[in-house]
Design a binder for this molecule. Sequence first.
Ligand code: SF4
Length: 306
Amino acid sequence: MPRRPAGGPDRPEQLGLEGMPRRLYACTPSRLNTWLDCPRRYRMAYLDRPAPPRGPRWAHNSFGVSVHNALAGWWKLPAADRTPAAAGTLLARGWIPDGFRDAAQSARHRDRAREMVERYTARLDPADEPLGVERTVATRTDRIAVSGRIDRLDARGGALAVVDYKTGRRPLTADDARTSLALALYAVAAGRMLRRPCRTVELHHLPSGDVLTWEHTDESLDRHLRRAESIAAEAESADEAYRARVPRPRASADDRAREPDHAPHDAVFPPRPGPMCAWCDFARLCPEGRAAAPPRDPWSALPDEP
Ligand code: SF4
């Protein structure tokens, strides 16, 4: 059967063998990436109920969320009020102090974040109204219903561009934009919802001021979509195996205090230990992950912090 192009019409359902509509696998790019990264982490994040407790908040996540919130708030101001100083004020007012070693460290990184959003917004045209800020987009194929939230959706001439803010210390390249499953799926979804071409995806790296752009083609977007379907097919079959084994959530919330019994699930949801386990929210509940990477302090991903 010929493949449908990425911008083509959707079919919400596919008839199964018995003529019954087949349920679509509902997912986000984050869910698909979690399955790829580590099936055990996927199980604990999306299937185990009551949900296992996550570790403490990470300071770098607090930093990133504070910056994202300030930029979203900035675009909600009247255009005349969108000054760099206003972005700094929004940042300071909405600062999330969780995960930092102490108040002094939190204040130091709050000031760094404030300077970052002021520098970034100084390069923007406040009158250049985005089509969407933190906008939820969704689309379907024959197999999946995928949704997610875009940091910013810009109109560029007659086309659209997906903008994703990044605040990590790792320098980025255009290849990061090219290979991002999330950005490609957002582009497909935004293009379909707004009925305008959407092939441009951009990573705006605030610490460096770099903008990494990738221009997709219909073919490259379609490849990402097919890849998402393939990942989803694996995750869906694992979900079904889980439900067959655990038809109902566990009754007692006391189980949350104990390390889960992973063994019955490991054939379908194996751990994938590696250096990234140091940053896993469930490392405390995962012996293989703890052995692979020593636990890190919640602030250790911040620049210039030991
Ligand atoms: S600690 Fe590592 S192996 Fe364990 S669940 Fe997390 S990512 Fe997977």
